[in-house]
Design a protein around this ligand. Structure first.
Ligand SMILES: Cc1cc2nc3c(=O)[nH]c(=O)nc-3n(C[C@H](O)[C@H](O)[C@H](O)COP(=O)(O)OP(=O)(O)OC[C@H]3O[C@@H](n4cnc5c(N)ncnc54)[C@H](O)[C@@H]3O)c2cc1C
Length: 577
């Protein structure tokens, strides 16, 4: 199984020694690196891209840590028994006691370590657990974020921070999903929100004129900036343009990796361990189309993960005896995503996680029928899409709304306060004066869509959704619009024009991944440990086995198991060389 002298095949210019080599600079890699460095280890982080931060840098930056100390301070009653009850209900037979108990105990420790010893200010948010009807669910308290931060925290390193794509920002300005997003949805309808948005835009305009870019970093950008800044303060090298390409294996143990640093091969030798945190395989069409249960070839699926997340970690671990588990119901962290064509010929993508739950918005399959409560979590909505035999190929659905909804919330990349002409011409947005006409435009049977909308409207007038019970959960309310009469998630589609956008069954990460134990050590199919090799973040199989219990269920485990890996590496004997 082991290739004894893999490194001998490679003609390397240099050797570089360290205690721990960390492959990838997202939340998993950075949390591991900081913890290892603070335990006194000599750490090197290598990053394939020219910028650091990976998917984490463009994420919402939520970190799901049940029972955290901030919730208690915010007056939320939660304890480990309650968290355990929730996760048992969520995971059922997939509940792995060793992994979940470790997560529950060490997640709290991880957050306290980063707050108190590293100085990262996490804050409580109002995000509810995604299945608020399950026993042990909380209406808020488990999903944390970091406070927004001034870009100056990174000094000259700011140029290496992965920037936000334009679709996930407003003219380049990040919008805090925790505190500010709801204000943007209420512009012109609430004085407080309008003032808040105006002040954010003014500050952004001022910063852009003065510094050439916005200075307030939010969400995942702020999380990465704060983590990277801590890493640099600890004088830890982070090489960008430096993919790890293969592991060095000696006498049945991983003792380093070959790194292509700016085109020059370096043999990085580790005294203790290599930690894989290369963000998973969601950009690898071949691997994902084998593992995902819906067709996910090029053009059929959109992953919003970092472009370099093509499964290098999985490939390298497999060469050392590790394996990818895919026996879970949802191999990806699903997200409805639309493909956005820009006038300059480039193509971007935008998530619909909030838009999907607004009143006056429905989702229909190609057969013109609704298939789920649109205000359930994005992961669950797409799981329903995938499970539906009617979803077709590529797997996806149309989001449809009327003028009332569009004028308040927009639809994906189409904003109510901007011209929609270019998006209509590019085939992104459909717009028509009647439901029958929009059905014809999107290739759906007008009679079926007519029936769907008529059925929906009948009860929606009084705020009810008799078919799927939309607007009956705490999470749904959180996505909705509290000012909408009768129900935050339900309004009829009555006022022309009507709009539609196609959303793919996309992903924001993979849940299938390398099998690892509670210390984050890579395991072989026989259950033994691959010596000297650890895995964290999306390279590793999710401890939630394809379930998505709350906002931050990817970054929470990524940071926690990174923290655990680093402590385990520090407390165990180095390699014998
Ligand atoms: C729009 C969006 C919003 C999201 N919001 C949230 C949220 O709020 N909370 C949450 O929990 N999750 C969220 N997610 C998912 C979450 O961001 C990711 O699951 C998580 O950040 C993955 O962290 P990671 O460290 O495993 O990988 P990443 O952050 O992707 O980092 C991996 C890095 O490894 C690098 N790499 C790849 N191969 C190599 C190699 N061979 N050598 C060196 N480097 C390599 C990549 O270039 C990349 O920079 C969101 C995702 C998206 C797209």
């Amino acid at each position: 199984m082991f290739n004894k002298h893999a490194s001998d095949r490679v003609d390397c210019g240099d050797d570089h020694w360290c205690d721990v080599l960390i492959v990838g600079s997202g939340a998993g890699g950075l949390a591991t690196a900081i913890t290892a460095r603070m335990a006194g280890l000599d750490v090197l982080v290598v990053e394939k891209a020219p910028v650091f931060g990976g998917t984490t840098a463009v994420s919402g930056g939520y970190v799901w840590i049940p029972g955290n100390s901030l919730a208690a301070k915010a007056g939320v009653e939660d304890d480990i028994d309650n968290c355990r009850r929730y996760l048992q209900a969520e995971l059922g037979n997939a509940y792995d006691e060793a992994l979940i108990e470790t997560y529950l105990a060490r997640g709290l420790e991880m957050i306290d370590f980063f707050m108190n010893e590293v100085g990262i200010p996490f804050i409580s948010t109002k995000m509810p657990d995604y299945h608020s009807n399950q026993p042990g669910a909380l209406t808020y308290g488990r999903s944390l974020q970091v406070e927004p931060v001034n870009a100056r925290i990174l000094g000259a390193e700011l140029r290496r921070l992965r920037p936000l794509p334009r679709e996930l920002s407003l003219f380049g300005m990040g919008i805090s999903s925790g505190s500010d997003l709801s204000h943007f949805y209420k512009v012109g309808r609430s004085v407080r929100s309008t003032i808040r948005v105006a002040s954010l835009l003014l500050k952004y305009g001022y910063d852009t004129v003065r510094y050439g870019r916005g200075q307030t970093l939010v969400n995942g950008n702020a999380l990465v900036a704060r983590l990277a800044s801590a890493l640099f303060r600890l004088r830890t090298p982070l090489w960008t343009f430096a993919p790890a390409t293969e592991l060095i294996l000696e006498n049945g143990r991983v003792t380093g990796a070959i790194v292509n640093r700016n085109g020059r091969l370096v043999r990085v030798r580790t005294r203790r361990a290599v930690v894989l945190s290369s963000g998973g395989f969601a950009q690898n069409t071949e691997r994902r189309s084998k593992i995902y249960s819906h067709p996910a070839l090029e053009g059929e699926h959109i992953s919003l993960t970092a472009p370099g997340n093509v499964g290098d970690g999985a490939r390298m671990a497999e060469s050392a005896g590790g394996y990818v588990t895919s026996d879970i119901p949802n191999a990806g962290a699903w997200m409805p995503i639309s493909r956005v064509p820009h006038p300059d010929g480039t193509v971007g993508a935008i998530i619909h996680s909030v838009n999907q739950g607004k009143p006056g918005v429905i989702a229909v399959l190609r057969n013109g029928r609704r298939f789920a409560d649109e205000s359930m979590s994005y992961h669950d909505l797409v799981a329903r899409m995938i499970a539906s035999p009617e979803s077709g190929r590529p797997t996806g659905a149309f989001l449809i709304c009327d003028h009332n909804a569009f004028s308040k919330y927009g639809l994906g990349y189409a904003k109510p306060f901007l011209s929609t002409r270019a998006l209509i011409d590019a085939g992104y947005l459909y717009k028509a004066e009647s439901i029958a006409a929009i059905a014809s435009q999107i290739g759906v049977d007008p009679d079926e869509l007519g029936k769907t909308v008529a059925n929906y409207n009948e009860n929606a007038m009084s705020g009810k959704d008799s078919e799927f019970g939309k607007g009956t959960t705490t999470y749904g309310y959180y996505l909705g619009d509290a000012s909408n009469p009768h129900n935050p998630n339900v309004a009829p589609l009555t006022k022309a024009p009507f709009y539609a956008v196609w959303v793919y069954a996309g992903d924001i990460g993979n849940f299938a991944g390398l099998k690892a134990d509670q210390y984050s050590r890579v395991l072989t199919p026989g259950g033994s440990v691959v010596s000297g090799l650890y895995v964290v973040g999306n390279d590793r199989a999710s401890i939630f086995c394809g379930r998505y219990p709350g906002g931050g269920a990817l970054i929470g485990p990524a940071m926690t198991f990174g923290f655990i890996a680093a402590r385990h590496i520090a407390n165990n004997a180095p390699n014998a060389h």
